[in-house]
Design a protein around this ligand. Structure first.
Ligand code: NAP
Length: 244
């Protein structure tokens, strides 16, 4: 039976690649966007043209009412969500002393509150049918820490804590919760680092290149699939060997 996947932050980058990949594997996909309406609508239309079921839905994941409404909208269009990918993200480089309350709160609101709200919105159905897969996007910086990205790294570490704890709680209900921790991936998020820094980071990566959104999407799709049916509470790193 066709599953419905809800992917947050799917208007661009890793989320868009994940939505396309899950659609390619036969799922109906909800492409959640925040501000990039045109690209999200175009991506959903392109998937529909290929014969997939897809819809673009707007939400600000920092707002419980907004993300819950988007999930209900997706369910009305595509069916109950059985795969949730918490991918929406923001990043900012700043020294610890310069982090404002707003900046700190935003990192936790998008990455941690957003996942919390989305998971609570999809759980009643998953608990009812005793199946479901949740994949959260963390980061290698959430595992190892990152200078000048303390708020980002701390929020991504919190995503790992959420993943492992919830995995233990939901395993008896047949629901799996896992994490993907990407390395340096070529998206809008890393573009501000500039060409020189990105080239240096590619050189520092044992595989000799930056990651592509599709590299991470493959890891997301695996953890979302029935092939990963006995895998829960794990953090799968997709970083070309960067953190080795
Ligand atoms: P990206 O290209 O910058 O895209 C970010 C996405 O998040 C966009 O779709 C954006 O929506 C959405 N978003 C931002 N704030 C939101 C909000 N308040 N509510 C709802 N959606 C919101 O990012 P990316 O590089 O693909 O990263 C995707 C995920 O992977 C993030 O969680 C990121 O932390 C993680 N990650 C990325 C890297 C990397 O190197 N790129 C490395 C490790 C981890 P709109 O465009 O519609 O506004």
């Amino acid at each position: 039976m066709e599953k419905t996947a809800f992917v947050t932050g799917a208007s661009r980058g890793i989320g868009l690649a994940a939505a396309r990949r899950l659609a390619g594997e036969g799922m109906a996909v909800a492409i959640q966007y925040h501000t990039s309406r045109d690209t999200a609508e175009a991506a959903a239309a392109a998937l529909r043209q290929q014969g997939c079921r897809a819809a673009a839905v707007q939400a600000d994941v920092r707002d419980r009412a907004s993300v819950t409404a988007a999930i209900r909208q997706a369910e009305a269009l595509l069916g109950p969500v059985e795969v949730l990918v918490n991918n929406a993200g923001v990043a900012r480089q700043e020294q610890f002393q310069d982090i404002t309350d707003e900046s700190w709160r935003e990192m936790f609101a998008v990455h941690v509150d957003g996942a919390f709200y989305a998971i609570q919105a999809v759980l009643p159905h998953m608990l009812h049918v005793k199946r479901g897969a949740i994949v959260n996007l963390s980061s290698i910086w959430g595992l190892r820490g990152a200078s000048c990205e303390v708020a980002y790294a701390a929020s991504k570490a919190a995503v790992i804590g959420l993943t492992r704890s919830l995995a233990a709680e939901l395993a008896p209900s047949g629901i799996r919760v896992n994490c993907v921790a990407p390395g340096v991936i070529a998206t809008d998020m890393t573009a501000p680092l500039g060409r020189e820094t990105l080239a240096a980071l590619a050189e520092e990566t044992p595989m000799g290149r930056l990651g592509r959104p599709e590299d991470v999407a493959a890891a997301v799709a695996f953890l979302a699939s029935d092939s990963a049916g006995f895998i829960t509470g794990q953090v799968l790193t997709a970083d070309g060997g960067f953190s080795l």
